[in-house]
Design a protein around this ligand. Structure first.
Ligand code: BGC
Length: 749
């Protein structure tokens, strides 16, 4: 069962990497940055306002910046270094550990896993000489069609905020910078470089801002990347309200702001409206500093009186501040890194294991007993289809990748026969088919990794009758379905959205046919970074749901299948039965030009609760191989008015396991419109043996209960009644406590 010691050992081993810690205090970093700035000419300052290549910022040895500042994507690996002027990779390409995607990390519901994830990335950055990681991505899943949901932390602002903070701290504990992206309202990839988004103030603050705010205020993230889209007609990259009023003034952000690659549109307008440094493919960086032609247009704008020199000072100071914080500027000894170690690989496997969700186990088929299995039939091409090198800026280059088939072989050994066959499908459309109606222009800019080959009907797949014969002789039939990363058909990737919420044509029909056989020990495994509108879930008795798990994916899933690990993941998305049930679909607000978020704050489960629509699987859903009994929750108040809910959770089953206790607030008698319920806290227990208990304590501050008051522009917690639902999932509530607040509180931010 869950390898609790393994988890702790992995964490300890990553943290134990030796070396001095260079991270300066804010005051010292600012002093060092100001000192360097004072020695710089206008031209030298302007060098810091744009990249010196695709992933670098200039060295200026005269003032002590002896090397280029180096960046690298992404949120689950350190992507190999790119060429200075284009999207190619410098040779030889480095290899790095690929961890689970952020959609998987969110499914762990475990901040300790987020910390571990960040530490592995930080350690690998230091070993590679990378100063800034272009992650984590924290955009909220507004629609299941978003091609990048797999790169983000799910649909709930509280979950995303809670998970991004330890990840950022983990990365930055290695004296490097993390970058929270894409700021903001970038919740679709469809025409992402041109679309204009409109969102009311309350929704903006309650749904789309909390993760960014937490990243800045609690995670102390050093860098923010703006998004490509426009917001009310103004590019996010040069939007004074976002970058000055919110980021700098309200949240006090002192760090570096940079555009997404190719997201800058002007010279003086951008500088005068809070724009940060311009990043793009090296040969296209032109507005502030043009490295290819060695021109300094921003210096010219200053000389022409169009941009105050103080503005350039501020832009350069922010870069220098981040360089100073990490020790890069001061030359302090930075924490030593390491790469592709056994500990990092164990971390990848462990985070993956902790993220797998047991969605159904009606007949108790799982875990399978390995000692009774001599022959397994695995159906579905994706069971052996590598993903780690796919996903555009989310891609990696790994020393090895364990597919599910390989994971089964590792687990079951040589004596067990594993037969793997693709499932018959219909013809899958090519990415350039008109019907898909997707704009690939953003993709071309972002790396040119488009696989343009049409995916044909799978001619290698045997007919279902033939597969059925194979199933008759097998001890278990495992169907592996879901999505793939890439640009064909309905895959998930950057720069385009999925055309619909469906599986590939014909795939659902094949899965349903297999389920109708009633073969013994039939298990369906779904792997996807976003909800898929499967049509066969009522027929399936046993479903495991995984997201993209990186290089150890096969081992992580196999260890759950055979009960070495008791699943404790919980969904980070509501899985709708069909696309038509989603808020975005019903409100008709999804297009490629002007998108108004008029479902407002009813995003994810908030929408399904509000409209009383039953989803396929609820947000937070996830079962276990054991059962947990809950005691009665109790509530106490802190001197600051905060709430603490305590509940005793006991393992009442036969195997060890971890429970995720979820706490949702409801607002009986509220005078303002509120959601039916909202996640306000959660806690994952330690591994509890049968009969063991743990009392978890979940704290909720008064501010956590606030709504955004559009009149006063302040978060406000009204006097009145508050109820806390304590549950195993959002639809399995085990207890309630309530309390009242005597006076209304208004929060400055
Ligand atoms: C993506 C970013 C990424 C950047 C650099 C952009 O196209 O949107 O997430 O960090 O490219 O590769």
């Amino acid at each position: 069962m869950n390898n609790a010691k393994g988890i702790l050992a992995a964490v300890a081993a990553v943290c134990a990497v030796s070396g001095a810690h260079a991270m300066l205090s804010d005051a010292d970093a600012l002093a060092a940055a100001r000192n360097t700035l004072s020695k710089m000419t206008l031209e030298e300052k302007v060098l810091l306002t744009g990249g010196s290549g695709t992933m670098t910022i200039s060295a200026i040895p005269r003032v002590g910046i002896t090397k280029e500042w180096t960046m690298s994507d992404n949120s689950s690996t350190v992507r190999p270094q790119m060429n200075r002027w284009d999207w190619g990779y410098t040779k030889p390409r480095s290899q790095n550990t690929k961890l689970p995607s952020l959609s998987a990390l969110a499914q762990t519901w475990d901040p300790l896993m987020a910390k571990l994830h960040g530490e592995v990335l930080g350690a690998e950055m230091r070993d590679r000489g990378v100063d800034e990681l272009l992650g984590p991505g924290v955009n909220i899943a507004r629609t299941p069609l978003n091609g990048r949901n797999w790169e983000y932390l799910g649909e709930d602002p509280f979950l995303a905020a809670t998970m991004c903070v330890p990840m950022i701290k983990g990365i930055q504990s290695f004296d490097v910078a993390a970058t929270v992206k894409h700021f903001c309202l970038n919740n679709q990839e469809w025409n992402r470089t041109k679309v204009d988004t409109h969102c009311d103030d309350r929704t903006f603050n309650e749904i789309y801002m909390p993760a960014f705010r937490a990243a800045v205020k609690e995670g102390e993230v050093l860098c923010v990347m703006t998004s490509y889209n426009k917001i009310d007609g103004i590019w996010a990259s040069e939007n004074k309200y976002l970058q000055k009023a919110i980021l700098r003034d309200r949240w006090g952000f002192k760090g570096l702001i940079e555009t997404d690659w190719g997201g800058q549109h002007s010279n003086s307008y951008s500088a005068n409206n809070g724009g940060g440094i311009e990043m793009d493919r090296g040969d296209k960086i032109v507005h502030h500093f043009n490295p290819k032609e060695n021109k300094l247009p921003l210096a010219d704008a200053v000389k022409a009186g169009k941009v105050p020199v103080a503005t350039v000072d501020d832009m350069a100071l922010r870069v220098l501040y981040v360089m100073a914080k990490t020790g890069f500027l001061t030359g302090a000894e930075r924490k030593a890194g390491s790469r592709n170690t056994k500990e990092h690989q164990l971390a990848a496997r462990t985070i993956g294991e902790e993220s797998v969700v047991l969605a159904k186990n009606d007949a108790g088929v799982l875990p399978l007993d390995a000692s009774k299995i001599r022959k397994v039939l695995v159906l579905g091409k994706n069971a052996n289809n590598p993903q780690c090198s796919k996903g555009c800026s989310g891609e990696g280059n790994v020393p090895y990748e364990v597919s599910f088939i390989q994971g089964l072989k590792n687990r079951l050994g040589k004596d067990v026969e594993i037969i793997h066959k693709p499932l018959p499908k219909g013809k899958v459309k090519a990415s350039n088919d008109k019907e898909l109606d997707v704009d690939l222009s953003g993709v071309e800019r972002a790396g040119g990794h488009i696989d343009k080959d049409a995916k044909k009907a799978d001619s290698s797949a045997p007919a279902l009758d033939e597969l059925k014969k194979l199933a008759e002789g097998a001890d278990a039939v495992i169907v592996f379905t879901g999505t793939e990363l890439g640009y064909d058909g309905n895959m998930e990737s950057e720069g385009r959205d999925r055309a619909n919420m469906n599986s590939d044509p014909g795939e659902d029909e094949s899965v349903a046919a297999v389920l109708d056989w009633g073969a013994k020990n039939t298990v369906v495994i779904s792997r996807a970074g976003t909800p898929v509108g499967y049509t066969w879930t009522d027929k399936a008795k046993t479903i495991l749901m995984s997201s993209y798990l990186g290089m150890e994916e096969g081992n992580s899933i196999a260890r759950v299948v055979f009960g070495d690990v008791n699943p404790s993941g919980r969904l980070c998305h509501t899985w709708p039965k069909r696309y038509e049930d989603t808020g975005v679909a019903q409100m008709g607000t999804y297009n490629d030009k002007d998108v108004t978020y008029n479902e407002r704050f009813y995003v994810g489960y908030r929408w399904f609760d509000y409209k009383k629509i039953e989803p396929m699987f609820a947000f937070g859903h996830g079962l276990s191989y054991t059962k947990f009994a809950y005691g009665n929750p109790s509530l106490s108040r802190g001197a600051d008015g905060s709430f603490a809910v305590e509940v005793k959770v006991s393992n009442a089953g036969k195997v060890a396991g971890r429970e995720v206790v979820q706490l949702y607030a409801t607002y009986p008698g509220t005078k303002v419109e509120r959601c039916v319920k909202e996640l306000k806290g959660f806690a994952k227990t330690r591994l509890l043996n049968p009969g063991e208990s743990e009392t978890v304590k979940i704290s909720v501050s008064l501010r956590d209960l606030a709504y955004w008051n559009e009149f006063t522009h302040r978060f406000t917690t009204d006097a009145g009644q508050y109820e806390f639902l304590v549950g195993s999932t959002s639809s399995d509530i085990r207890g309630k406590v309530s309390s009242s607040v005597a006076e209304t509180s208004v929060f400055a931010d």
